[in-house]
Design a protein. Structure first.
Length: 499
């Protein structure tokens, strides 16, 4: 078996994962401050840049499904090299862009390849090492996904203050090259997961068409009314196709995604909490950035969001201490509470002051770091680790739709509701607050009607792939007559759907 010189080295593999995921996630949050500079340099309209960003986010969402299909049929580690190479190409195209076409193709490639790398590289990092390493992996995952997003506004502000945009993009390209080099050095050839599997053309077609249409429609809200055919048709139609995708995967005899495996109390509660927290946090930051842009210089504005990164770091460390205990379940609720308070603080003045923005962003960082990734672990622990890649793809697809598509809708609400942008932003922020509260209430309600007390995960059995980390009762089990043996049989049936 061919191996790289650093094969099996946890620090090298973890660094590779960080370098693969951080660039696009940070860049997506930094673009708001750089949009005027890019538009002027490449002669692109703000609407064209907004659609480019939307299509890159659509690529991120679609990549979660493509990665699972490729992993079934093709050697996974070799595909990791392909994804890394494409990420480098996309990053170089974007940084060196001399016309809109180069920038658009490069940025969409960045979004697509980031999610391909996420689904291909993260599950092996989680389950491919002893249980003692899982704490470090949990912290790394939290920092990668949300620390990078939290750092985005700061990076964008610093770069905008220098009156240029290409240096940041070249740095992103250099990090992508480093990720590719580490992929080669840590290479361990591995066979496809299921080489005899069929290609799920229906799932792939629905994912591509649904995400592409929905994100395009959402991005058109910058210059078109919501009820315009250019906006409403793709947005509603795309969302409907995504719903049909999940219905198809739930009813299929040989599904690509393990949708039916997640229809039980604990994973459903975790996914609901993660979706609501992701949508509320990304939207709240986007709303406050938009309303404050006319009032502060880019560097000043970016630094106001630095506490968000600090909050994400703190919660990542705490998460490492609680994720193997029953406190994990309560930690998610604490995160949602902090996120709700942070949004209220940001919404205490119109427009928010520097102090309110800094304090609110710190609370948002604590809230999102303590809610989204912990909630995703709750869902993952509810199934066998052998299904982690497929389950992770579902969760990331839903999180991407919630985080990257709801924000443009709420930005439209802020621009059209009320007498001015400030009053509209306050209304939209109250919607974000409502999403947080709804996520907490629904998650707690699912626990209550499921008749479950928050359990501590059994890590050794979960990592072995023999069983889930805990038994997740069926939805609404308290109101149904399920015996303990029936619950166990139903859990085994869910696990066997995706061998």
């Amino acid at each position: 078996m061919r191996q790289g010189p650093l094969a099996g080295s946890y620090p090298a593999v973890a660094t590779m994962v960080v370098f693969a995921l951080v660039p696009y996630l940070a860049l997506s949050a930094a673009l708001a401050a750089l949009t005027p500079l890019i538009a002027a340099d490449l002669h692109m309209s703000p609407q064209a840049l907004n659609v480019t960003s939307g299509m890159a986010n659509a690529g991120y969402a679609v990549g979660t499904v493509l990665a699972v299909q490729f992993a079934q049929l093709l050697p996974q580690r070799r595909m990791l090299l392909v994804y890394g190479t494409l990420l480098v190409i996309g990053s170089v195209l974007t940084a060196a862009a001399t016309d809109p076409a180069m920038f658009i193709i490069g940025h969409v490639l960045q979004g697509l390849c980031t999610s391909l790398l996420l689904i291909a590289a993260v599950p092996p990092l989680i389950i491919g090492y002893p249980a003692a390493r899982l704490r470090s992996t949990a912290v790394i995952m939290n920092v990668c996904i949300f620390g990078a997003v939290a750092l985005g506004p700061v990076l964008g502000g610093v770069q905008a203050a220098a009156h240029g945009w290409r240096p940041l993009f070249w740095i992103i390209a250099a990090i992508a090259v480093a990720a590719l080099v580490l992929s080669v050095l840590t290479f361990e050839d591995s066979p496809p997961a299921n080489p005899g599997a069929r290609v799920d053309y229906i799932a792939l077609g629905l994912a591509v068409a649904g995400c592409g249409a929905a994100f395009f429609g959402a991005s058109e809200l910058l210059t078109h009314p919501f009820l315009d055919a250019t906006t409403c048709g793709p947005l509603i139609g795309g969302l409907l196709l995504i719903v049909i995708l999940f219905v198809h995967e739930y009813t299929a005899r040989h599904p690509l995604l393990c949708v039916s495996s997640l229809i039980s109390t604990l994973p459903a509660a975790g996914i609901v909490a993660a979706i609501c927290a992701a949508a509320a946090s990304v939207s709240a930051v986007s709303l406050t950035l938009t309303t404050l842009t006319p009032h502060f210089r880019p560097l000043h504005l970016g630094l106001l969001y630095l506490p968000e990164f600090g909050g994400a770091l703190v919660t990542a460390v705490v998460f490492g201490a609680v994720f193997r205990t029953s406190l994990l379940h309560y930690y998610v609720l604490v995160g949602l509470a902090f996120l709700s308070i942070g949004i209220v603080v940001m919404n205490a003045a119109a427009p928010p002051t520097s102090v309110l923005t800094a304090v609110g962003s710190g609370l948002v960082g604590v809230g999102v770091g303590a809610s989204v990734v912990p909630a995703l672990f709750i869902a993952g622990f509810s199934l066998r680790s052998t299904n982690l890649q497929r389950v992770f793809a579902i969760i990331e697809l839903l999180r991407a739709v919630a985080a990257f598509m709801i924000a443009p809708v709420l930005l439209y609400v802020a621009a059209t509701v009320g007498s001015d942008l400030d009053s509209g932003t306050r209304t939209a922020l109250w919607i974000c607050f409502g999403l947080c509260v709804a996520g907490a209430v629904l998650a707690m309600g699912l626990y209550a009607v499921g008749g479950v007390r928050p359990p501590a995960p059994s890590m050794e059995g979960w990592l072995s792939g023999e069983r889930s980390a805990w038994d997740s009762p069926p939805l609404f089990a308290r109101f149904a007559r399920f015996t303990r043996s029936a619950r166990s049989a139903r859990s085994e049936e869910r696990d066997d759907i995706c061998p």
